[in-house]
Design a protein around this ligand. Structure first.
Ligand code: GRG
Length: 295
C-alpha cells in the first residue's frame, strides 16, 4: 500500500523532473539559467504537491494536473526572486543558496521573474493533456492570473511593504497573509480540484482548508524567523524585527502564536474530515506545520 511519505515523495520527484524538462537552457542562455537556478534550487514543493493531491483525491489523474502544478511552482519561485530583490525584502539567501540577483545581477533577476510569470500560463496552455476541456483550461488560467495579480499576491506584497515600521492592525496583518501566502495555497488546491472536474462544494472546502493552512503557515514563518538559524531556514533569520515588521508574535507573543498554529492546523484537518475529503497527504502537510513550531 502507498504510504503518505511515499506518495508525497513520488509527487515531489515527478514535479522536479517536469520542472527540469519544462525549463530547458536555450538562447539567450543567461535568462533560462537564471530561471532554472531559482526554480530548481530545491524547496519543499508544497504548492504543486497540493495541486496533484487535490486532483487525485477528487478522482482526477496526476497527468491532468502536472503542468499546472509546475506552473504554480514557477509563480511561487517568481514571487521569491522578486521578494528577495534589494528594492523589496533585500535578502542574500533563499533555499540555502545565494539569491538570484546575487548570482545573476539585478536586471537578470527581475527579468527571470517576469519570464517565469508569463511562461507559467504558457506551460498550462501548451502542456495540459488535450483530454482537459478548453472551458476547464480557461477557468484554470483565470484562477492563475487573478491569484498572481493586483487583487491577490501583489496586493499582499504592496500592503506588506507599506506596513514596514508602522503599527498596523490585526486586520491589516491578516490581509497581508491572506493575499501573500494563502492566495497561492488556494490557487494550488482549487486548480487541482478544477482539473479533476470537482463540484463547487468540494472546491469551496479546499479553499477553506487553504485559508486555515495559509494562515498557520505564515504564523509558523513568523515564529521560525525568531527561533531558527540561517542553516535551518535557508534564508536570513531575525529580519522581521530588524525591518520593524509587525508579526503575529508582536500581537500575541510566541506561546500564543504556537497555540494558534495548532488550532488552525486542527481546523484545516477537520474541514477535510467533515467533508469526506480523504487525503492523508493534505493532513500530513498540516501536521508538519504544527510539528515544526510545537516540537
Ligand atoms: C506575482 C507579479 C507578482 C509579484 C509577486 C514579490 C511578491 C509579488 C510577493 C511576495 C510573496 C511572498 C514572498 C510570500 C511569502 C510566502 C512564503 C512564506 C514563502 C516561503 O514558502 P516555502 O516555505 O518555500 O514553501 P520553499 O522554498 O519551500 O518553496
Amino acid at each position: 500500500m502507498e504510504t503518505t511519505e511515499n506518495l508525497t515523495e513520488e509527487y515531489k520527484k515527478l514535479i522536479e523532473k517536469k520542472l527540469d524538462e519544462f525549463i530547458p537552457v536555450k538562447y539567450p542562455e543567461k535568462i533560462w539559467e537564471s530561471m532554472r537556478y531559482s526554480v530548481l534550487a530545491g524547496g519543499k514543493r508544497l504548492r504543486p504537491i497540493m495541486t496533484l493531491e487535490a486532483c487525485r483525491v477528487l478522482s482526477g489523474t496526476y497527468e491532468q494536473a502536472l503542468p499546472a502544478a509546475c506552473a504554480i511552482e514557477m509563480l511561487h519561485s517568481q514571487s521569491l526572486i522578486h521578494d528577495d530583490l534589494p528594492c523589496m525584502d533585500n535578502d542574500d539567501y533563499r533555499r540555502g543558496k545565494p539569491t538570484n540577483h546575487k548570482v545573476f545581477g539585478e536586471s537578470t533577476a527581475v527579468l527571470a521573474g517576469d519570464a517565469l510569470l508569463s511562461y507559467a500560463p504558457q506551460i498550462i496552455l501548451q502542456k495540459t493533456p488535450k483530454t482537459v476541456s478548453s472551458q476547464t483550461l480557461l477557468r484554470v488560467i483565470e484562477e492563475f492570473v487573478v491569484a498572481a495579480g493586483a487583487e491577490k499576491l501583489i496586493a499582499g506584497q504592496v500592503v506588506d511593504i507599506d506596513s514596514e515600521g508602522k503599527q498596523i492592525s490585526k486586520e491589516t496583518l491578516n490581509f497581508i497573509h491572506d493575499n501573500k501566502t494563502a492566495a497561492l495555497f488556494k490557487l494550488s488546491l482549487r486548480t487541482g480540484a478544477i482539473l479533476a472536474g470537482a463540484d463547487e462544494e468540494k472546491i469551496q472546502c479546499l479553499t477553506r482548508y487553504a485559508e486555515k493552512l495559509g494562515l498557520a503557515f505564515q504564523i509558523m514563518d513568523d515564529i521560525l524567523d525568531v527561533t531558527s538559524t540561517l542553516e535551518e531556514l535557508g534564508k536570513t533569520p531575525g529580519k522581521d524585527e530588524k525591518e520593524g515588521k509587525v508579526t503575529y508574535i508582536s500581537f500575541y507573543g510566541l506561546e500564543e502564536s504556537k497555540k494558534q498554529v495548532s488550532f488552525l492546523c486542527k481546523e484545516a484537518c477537520d474541514i477535510l474530515d467533515n467533508n469526506n475529503i480523504d487525503s492523508k497527504v493534505l493532513k500530513s502537510i498540516a501536521k508538519s506545520i504544527n510539528e515544526r513550531v510545537n516540537n
